[in-house]
Design a protein around this ligand. Structure first.
Ligand code: PMP
Length: 392
């Protein structure tokens, strides 16, 4: 017997239709091979410039073996939250290794970067009058602040004088929050400048370095290291295992006192199942790799790919953002034009996502090119040659 579908109110489908009409419709696509620069869709191979697998580790044999070994020794599921009985030794070892790498007192693991950001901002926001955010901060930071009672103010993107004006108005404890590398623009936050503005210790400074950790700085220590800043100079540093680490899960690096506070008050830490112990085991092997000579080589390959891309694009009639990171957006403007270009690239066997509002501001649709250490120079030349043809 066919199941009877419960009718839905009209706004469910009319909202989706509106998105379609405005060229803002989002869709999921099935990739039927491991995440890499050459995924396949329905068996057809593509050259991909859209994953955040910046070092090409998502299907690296070391990580695959570690995940299998971790599952063999510790099982697949953690079975409980960290505070009940889901905190296994691979979690503990990963936290200690990350603390050692970053030079901080404590690291706490989270299921995803999104959850880590909800946790930190909602828990700390309880005692802050205002959460002051860069205008282009990631959605999870915006959402985390909304879960607190604090009021939210946003400063102009990476603009220290705009940030200063907001900070100077705060007489009560407040929190300044920034991405390290901005996920849709690829540029770097002026964290040293923010630290200078925050000499009053009643204010907190939170940095989400989801896109910098693993890629930038000595040993991949991220945006802070790139600017000569110790991780312990900020109130909390957030990282994810879902991008350069090639795995899944996330972490918050902070002091003992901050970790103790988050353990007591961060609901997205307390009320959720701990990340898989096998994944924690694999993430530890990814960290070892990131810290090793192989990690240095991958970062240098990534940097060489970024330079080559920028060099090849310089003579083409496209506008790039001022980014030196693996995120290299090509600004298009209109959403329908961004979709057309993404579809035309796809016809040529190249995958590159069109990013449109509301993920980016109105009329700032773009092709978000992400580069990986796994790309060969020929791959980058192929992308640029194809773009040149499509532009004419
Ligand atoms: N912060 C930033 C800046 C991000 O770009 C993302 C992922 N898009 C996240 C946090 C969320 O991380 P995760 O994918 O691990 O949930």
């Amino acid at each position: 017997m066919m199941p009877v579908l419960r009718p839905l109110p009209d706004w469910i489908s009319s909202s989706v239709e509106e998105r379609k009409k405005a060229s803002l419709h989002r869709e999921t696509e099935v990739i039927d091979a491991p995440q890499s620069i050459s995924p396949t869709i329905d068996g057809t191979p593509f050259l991909s410039f859209c994953s955040n697998d910046y070092l090409g580790l998502a299907a690296h044999p070391t990580l695959i073996n570690a995940l299998a070994e971790g599952a063999e020794i510790y099982g697949v599921g953690s079975g409980a939250s960290h505070l009940v009985c889901g905190h296994l030794s691979p979690h503990d070892e990963l936290e200690r290794a990350l603390s050692d790498w970053l030079g901080v007192e404590r690291v706490m693991l989270f299921s995803t970067g999104y959850m880590a950001n909800l946790a930190v901002l909602s828990a700390l926001g309880r005692h802050c009058e205002t959460v002051i955010q860069d205008k282009l901060n990631h959605a999870s930071l915006i959402d985390g602040a909304l879960l607190s009672d604090a009021s939210v103010r946003r400063y102009l993107h990476a603009d220290l004088s705009s940030a200063r004006k907001l900070i100077e108005k705060q007489s009560s404890p407040s929190m300044v929050v920034t991405d390290g590398i901005f996920s849709m623009d690829g540029d770097i936050a002026p964290i040293d400048g923010l630290i200078n503005l925050l000499s009053d210790s009643k204010h907190l400074l939170i940095v989400d370095d989801a896109h910098g950790l693993g890629c930038l700085g000595d040993q991949g220590l991220g945006t802070l290291d790139e600017q000569g800043i110790a991780a312990s100079s900020v109130s909390a540093l957030i990282g994810t295992f879902g991008k350069a680490f090639g795995a899944a899960g996330a972490f918050v690096a902070c002091s003992n006192a901050m970790a103790e506070y988050l353990t007591q008050f961060a609901r997205p830490y307390i009320y959720t199942t701990a990340m898989s112990p096998a994944m924690a085991y694999a993430s530890k092997s990814s960290l070892d790799l990131i810290r090793s000579k192989e990690g240095d080589e991958l970062r240098s390959r990534l940097n060489s790919n970024i330079s080559l891309f920028k060099e090849c694009m310089a003579s083409l009639p496209f506008e790039l953002m001022p980014s030196d990171s693996a995120i290299q957006p090509i600004m298009i403007g209109a959403s329908d034009r961004a979709i057309e270009l993404s579809a035309a690239l796809r016809e040529e066997g190249i995958l590159c996502t069109a990013i449109r509002p509301p993920t980016v501001p109105n009329n700032q649709a773009r092709l978000r090119i992400t580069l990986s250490a796994a790309h060969r120079h020929d791959d980058i030349k192929r992308l640029c040659d194809t773009l040149e043809r499509l532009a004419n």
